[in-house]
Structure formats: structure tokens, C-alpha cells
Design a protein around this ligand. Structure first.
Ligand code: SF4
Ligand code: SF4
Length: 78
């Protein structure tokens, strides 16, 4: 399990999640930020920090946001 950033980050990209993440597992993927699934410790701090509710635990992802799971993983070659 890990947390996942959805496409709602695009256009906002305010880096609020990066500032609260304790393990530096959030990366700039260009149009949006992404979370390294192997390094995320599921603390949830980024969820509360995001102003547009772009971040979910992977098990709680809305069906419409399922492509975000693959996008986050693909950025790291997973
Ligand atoms: S859940 Fe915690 S460890 Fe995972 S990306 Fe968010 S702040 Fe970082
Ligand atoms: S806090 Fe939300 S909008 Fe801001 S960079 Fe992180 S995921 Fe994107």
C-alpha cells in the first residue's frame, strides 16, 4: 500500500505535500507530482496538506482516478 497523487495536482503544484512528507518520496513528474510507492510510509500527512484533495491511499482511490495509480508507478519504472 502507498499513497497516490491524482491529476487534480496538475495546475496547482504548490508543493505543500513535499513540505510535510517525512521521507522525501514525492517527486516532480512535470504536469503533476507523484509518490514513490516503495518509499511512502502511508503516514497520511500529505493528504491533509493538499489544498485540492489530490492525494489518496491507493486502496481508497475513486474508480475515476485509477489511472493515477499506473501513472505514479510508471514514473519510477514500476
Ligand atoms: S503518505 Fe506520508 S510518506 Fe506517503 S507520500 Fe504522503 S506524506 Fe509522504
Ligand atoms: S499538495 Fe496537492 S496540489 Fe500541491 S503539489 Fe502536492 S499533490 Fe499537488
Amino acid at each position: 500500500m502507498s499513497h497516490v497523487i491524482t491529476s487534480r495536482c496538475a495546475g496547482v503544484r504548490d508543493r505543500a505535500c513535499l513540505e510535510v512528507c517525512p521521507c522525501e518520496c514525492i517527486y516532480d513528474a512535470g504536469e503533476q507530482f507523484v509518490i514513490h510507492p516503495d518509499d511512502c510510509i502511508d503516514c497520511g500527512a500529505c493528504v491533509a496538506a493538499c489544498p485540492v484533495d489530490a492525494i489518496y491511499a491507493d486502496v481508497d482511490l475513486p474508480e475515476a482516478d485509477l489511472p493515477a495509480l499506473a501513472f505514479n508507478r510508471a514514473f519510477f519504472g514500476l
